[in-house]
Design a protein around this ligand. Structure first.
Ligand code: ARG
Length: 839
């Protein structure tokens, strides 16, 4: 029993020995065992506690992502610049390894440190300050870092720019009176800065100081043109001599699309100071829309930050110095009858901190019309109703943001236009044409809009807002072929009940055949509401079940058919980035219908940009040059119209008489264009030369295309795809600009609306078959024309992809009123395309 006590309570061995044992030997050996067991148990207990604690704090914490991110210490970084008063400029300050630089930098850094001492909070978390550069003036550039540990993270919001500035200014005030030998600091700034942009001035890695001269010089991102490394932090400090500004253009620029991972940030300063940012960019830019920036002074800072897994080629850049006066010169008094004004350095980004004033003065009795052909002055965080940063001001109004149509008319024979850019963020600016006109007859032989714009007389009261301010559509007495909307507008009667709210107040869609509580089938049939998605086909065309989450077993012409035979009753299920078919066949073969280039919207004109329609192809016939259009379906297949090949002449059907050009924009420029001969022409066997029914042909190329940024396929819609009436799509081609005119040199684009089939049939006097569809504008003016045939009608879907709805086929004349373009309906030809190409 007692020995049993030993075993249970070894730690009391001494007591045991004294109280109960008589045999010393026995007692000693028993005692040893007891100690060993005791130590072992103790170690085990301690180990278990330690293991539990480790699990609790290390592993358990990490299970919860919010907890772990909340527990990361925070780095608060502020950067800015300051003027040094009692300090003569020394050229050696520009060399960060010179003793002069180091000496002054160190002095300033310790002064900054002292200034933060006046603030209890800043003092506690201050880590260091770094002076990174000096420029004439004398201006010093710096950053200061504060590290806030995990336990104090709730203090982070207190680290504001205001607090930093307050502390610095208080410190500066104080030291001015107390220590007169200090460097005198004035006009200090501080902006909260991404800590990844803080660099030490003598950093070895990816840090460059460049001197801009009148000559072009270049630099590139690391790893260019193969790929930039991930996690790079690069910085280029660029300087020019005094009285110069710096321009940097990027002939090639391709950074990852997501700016939160990788980006290039450009500053009008030598500090990464947001208040002096020129721009932040990522993505890919086409050669027709290069990035080009200008500084306001003789310094510029470029930062490149990459983080993500995705690596892109990067950029190459050309920089040079421009004499300050030549850039700063803008505005003036203009007295010509017409001319053009634009933002400084247009089409490059305008420089920060500029003001220009144009006074356009025409002979008395006349007035001035000003039409902006391009306007883009976008800045983060700007309310375009106030335009408190960069703006154009005219006639008492300020304009900013991106404007597609801006036309102004003066009230007298003079108009003053002011341009203002502040210190941060610039953009492409604007371009405007001005002209004098006679107010007695502002638009000879045309209709004068309130805005002063002139439009063709026929466009008045045609149901379309051609003026942009509706002035051509008010005070109209509706004609016999027109419907009088409740709001006073007139619209063609044909538009009543076409499911498009043409009036704007929906009055053209109100009194349609079905009652309020009824469902209208796509073929116009009226049904009770209950038929929708009840799992039964009630409308003859099945449209009541076409867009239901689940209508199992229903397979109508509106259902998407999966490869395994399953039917999906969802509108436009293919390539919408959602797997609808169990076998995922609705999302396979979806590498189509995207355009990689970031495009700048050019307002007004209808010239397409390079890479804007990468699936557009130009087909050249013999020595006649461009004759028809086509679209890219795959590396080997093009889609076009039968009537280009099946004609009276046997020549047209011969593949060797044709050449295809992909990646083209200008018919006279062939760089990066891929020319392919045609191996085989497959016209639709049911193509009818008289009626243009089945006007579709497939072209097999003799060599596959190599896809690039400006050569890519468009998505083909499944046969159940719906392009609803009223949808805006684009038709593109090098066809004639006017009826009877020659083909265009530059690729053209026109926005057209899908027209309801009943209307289409009426306006074409019953000439359309179910393989055709109308698209255009019944008011005329915008349409495809001779030479566009075979080209695509491209429609952008919410899923972010372009689908080809039609093939340019025929029309009565071009752009005539009530005569829209007629297109081959791709959905109806889809099965045949698949049969012939496997696509
Ligand atoms: N058939 C014409 C051609 O060969 C295209 C006609 C398109 N016409 C129209 N008004 N949309 O190029």
């Amino acid at each position: 029993m007692h020995s049993a006590r030993y075993e249970f309570d070894g730690r009391n061995g001494q007591h045991e020995r004294i109280d109960f044992l008589t045999n010393k030997e026995k007692a000693r050996s028993k005692n040893k065992t007891a100690i060993a067991i005791g130590v072992l148990v103790a170690v085990l207990v301690v180990a278990a506690v330690v293991a539990f604690l480790i699990w609790l704090f290390v592993f358990k914490e990490n299970d919860d992502p919010t907890a772990s991110s909340r527990r990361k210490p925070a780095v608060q970084l502020f950067s800015g610049h300051m003027k040094l008063l009692n300090q003569p400029y020394n050229q050696n300050y520009e060399d960060t390894s010179s003793p002069e630089f180091m000496d002054l930098a160190k002095k300033l850094e310790s002064q900054l440190e002292n200034h933060y001492q006046s603030d209890e909070l800043l003092k506690e978390f201050y880590t260091k300050s770094m002076v990174t550069a000096f420029s004439e003036g004398v201006v010093a550039y710096y950053w200061s870092q504060f590290d806030i540990p995990v336990e104090e993270l709730e203090l982070v919001p207190e680290f504001s720019e205001e607090r930093i500035l307050e502390a610095l200014e208080a410190g500066i005030q104080q030291s001015r009176s107390v220590q007169p030998d200090h460097i005198q600091i004035r006009e200090i700034t501080a902006s909260m800065t991404d800590p990844r942009m803080a660099r030490t001035p003598n950093a070895k890695e990816c840090f460059f100081t460049l001197e801009a001269t009148e000559e072009d010089q270049t630099f590139t991102s690391p790893g260019f043109p193969t790929a930039y490394p991930s996690r790079s932090r690069c910085q280029w400090q660029i300087r020019a001599s005094e009285e110069n500004v710096i321009t940097v253009s990027f002939p090639f620029f391709h950074i990852e699309d997501d700016c939160s991972d990788d980006f290039v940030y450009i500053y009008d300063s030598l500090s990464p100071d947001e208040s002096q940012a020129i721009t932040k960019k990522c993505g890919q830019r086409p050669p027709t829309n290069p990035l080009e920036v200008v500084s306001s002074g003789n310094i510029m800072l470029i930062n490149m930050i990459t983080d993500g897994e995705v690596q892109r080629p990067g950029f190459n850049a050309v920089y040079k110095a421009l004499p300050h006066p030549s850039v700063q010169k803008c505005g003036g008094v203009l007295t010509n009858a017409k001319g053009v004004i634009s933002s400084p350095q247009h089409p490059s980004f305008y420089p920060p901190a500029m003001d220009c004033k144009w006074t356009i003065k025409v002979p008395s009795g006349q007035k001035v019309r000003l039409k902006f052909t391009m306007f883009r002055m976008k800045e983060p965080g700007v309310d375009v109703r106030v335009c408190h940063k960069d703006y154009v001001e005219a006639l008492g109004n300020k304009y900013c943001g991106e404007l597609s149509s801006l036309s102004l008319t003066s009230t007298t024979n003079e108009i003053i236009v002011n341009f203002h850019s502040d210190e941060s963020f610039t953009d492409k600016g604007f371009m405007a044409e001005y002209s004098a006109f006679d107010p007695q007859n502002p638009c000879p032989n045309e209709f004068a809009c309130f805005s002063g714009m002139c439009i063709a007389k026929e466009l008045k009261c045609d149901g379309w807002n051609d003026c942009g301010d509706m002035s051509d559509e008010i005070k109209c007495s509706c004609g016999t072929d027109q419907f009088a909307c409740n709001n006073g507008l007139c619209k063609p009667k044909l538009w009543i009940c076409d499911r498009v709210n043409d009036c704007g107040d929906n009055s053209d869609e109100k009194a349609c055949s079905c009652e309020n509580n009824e469902w209208r089938c796509r073929n116009g049939q009226c049904m009770s509401q209950g038929v929708v998605c009840d799992g039964k086909m009630d409308c003859v065309d099945g449209s009541d079940e076409a867009s239901c989450e689940t209508s199992p077993g229903i397979c109508s012409e509106f259902s998407f058919k999966c490869a395994n035979g399953e039917c999906v009753n969802k509108v436009n299920a293919e390539c919408d980035r959602i797997d609808d078919c169990a076998d995922k066949s609705d999302e396979s073969f979806c590498d189509c219908g995207t355009r990689p280039y970031k495009l700048n919207r050019i307002v007004g004109g209808q010239n397409a940009e390079l890479g804007e329609w990468p699936w557009q192809v130009s087909l050249h016939f013999q020595t006649y040059g461009h004759s028809c259009g086509a679209s890219i379906l795959s590396e080997k297949w093009l889609l076009s119209a039968s009537h280009c090949f099946v004609t009276q002449s046997q020549e047209n059907i011969l593949p060797s008489n044709w050449q295809s050009y992909s990646g083209m924009q200008d018919q006279y420029k062939h760089d990066d264009v891929q020319r392919r001969s045609i191996h085989r022409i497959v016209p639709h066997p049911e193509y009818n030369m008289m009626t243009f029914d089945y006007d579709v042909a497939l072209l097999e190329l003799s060599e596959p295309l190599e896809f690039t940024n400006s050569i890519r396929p468009i998505c083909l819609p499944s046969s159940s795809h719906v392009f609803p009436a009223g949808m805006s799509c684009w038709v593109t081609g090098w066809g004639a600009l006017r009826e009877g005119a020659r083909a265009a040199q530059l690729l053209q684009k026109v926005s057209v609306k899908i027209i309801n089939d009943t209307v289409c049939n009426t306006v074409t006097e019953g000439q359309v078959t179910s393989r055709m569809m109308c698209s255009g504008h019944l008011s005329g003016g915008m349409d495809a024309c001779q030479g566009d045939s075979g080209g695509p009608l491209s429609c952008f879907e919410e899923s972010g992809r372009w689908f080809q709805a039609g093939i340019v086929s025929w029309g009565e004349g071009c752009a005539r009123r009530m005569k829209p373009g007629v297109y081959s309906r791709v959905t109806k030809l889809r099965e045949w395309i698949k049969k012939e190409t496997g696509i």
